[in-house]
Design a protein around this ligand. Structure first.
Ligand SMILES: NC(=O)c1ccc[n+]([C@@H]2O[C@H](COP(=O)([O-])OP(=O)(O)OC[C@H]3O[C@@H](n4cnc5c(N)ncnc54)[C@H](OP(=O)(O)O)[C@@H]3O)[C@@H](O)[C@H]2O)c1
Length: 233
């Protein structure tokens, strides 16, 4: 277990809620934000994040496909905190990644997590996001209609395109509360989801996402964390 340096919380300490904080990009972003003096509420399906040991991390069990789990997580977070400054919807799956033909089972599984679960959870905690807060939806370049060269991974691409539309509609709804909502492509990152061949480390991607968190991105837009630039939908 990595011992991440503990920082004292004060009134200025920002609170970030990250889903899927136990592995991959979510885990590296959790470490990065703690190192940058944020307090992180990290979710995982088994209620544990064993790789990080810090007083500035609070772990909550959450399975996005389970209504009871969403309600419990919401209750626990509200009992313990007064509000959150940043919500990072990072948890996601890609059972049909690399497959040429779509199959119904992958479509169902992917949409249950990447779309229905994500939207359900976000709507449940929405009133708990502080004014001037941020919501980052971890999307993918694989959803961009303008850049598609390979016609594979149908369920995954469709789920992230649907997520991008949620970013857009939610950003309009939250303008009066000054909450920015953006989709982020984290880069092609070496994780369990991407399997072999991905060139970027989770630390590199987390640094890029952190820079975007600290940047004023126009709400309702799509950003590339590797290149630090706005993307086409
Ligand atoms: N890696 C890339 O190149 C890449 C590129 C573009 C976008 N992305 C996106 O980046 C995000 C993070 O992916 P990753 O690459 O870091 O993959 P990863 O290591 O597999 O992490 C995925 C995370 O999502 C969690 N998760 C899966 N199903 C869940 C559910 N039903 N409820 C709650 N949590 C659930 C996983 O928890 P468990 O450990 O319990 O399964 C895990 O923490 C995803 O949204 C992915 O689509 C990744």
């Amino acid at each position: 277990m990595k011992k991440t340096e503990n920082r004292k919380m004060n009134l200025d300490t920002k609170i970030a809620l990250i889903t899927g904080a136990n592995t991959g990009i979510g885990n590296a972003l959790t470490e990065k934000l703690i190192a940058e003096n944020y307090f992180v509420i990290g979710t995982s399906r088994n209620g544990k994040i064993e790789s990080i040991n810090s007083e500035n991390l609070f772990v909550v069990e959450l399975d996005l496909t389970n209504q009871k789990s969403i309600e419990n997580a919401n209750k626990i977070i509200r009992n313990k905190f007064k509000g959150i400054d940043i919500l990072v919807n990072n948890a996601g799956i890609g059972p049909d990644l690399g497959k040429r033909e779509p199959d119904l089972e992958s479509l169902r599984l992917t949409f249950e997590t990447n779309v229905f679960g994500l939207v359900n959870f976000t709507e449940t905690v929405l009133d708990f996001v502080n004014e001037n807060g941020k919501i980052l939806n971890i999307s993918s370049i694989m959803a961009t209609l303008n850049l598609i060269s390979k016609m594979d991974s149908t369920a995954y691409r469709m789920s992230k395109a649907a997520l991008n539309m949620y970013t857009k509609t939610l950003s309009a709804r939250l303008k009066d509360r000054n909450i920015d909502v953006n989709s982020i492509h984290p880069g092609w990152v070496n994780t369990r989801l991407s399997r072999e061949g991905a060139p970027l480390t989770t630390e590199f991607s987390a640094n890029g996402i952190f820079k975007l968190i600290e940047t004023k991105m126009e709400t309702g837009t799509f950003w590339n964390a590797e290149l630090q630039e706005k993307m086409l939908w």
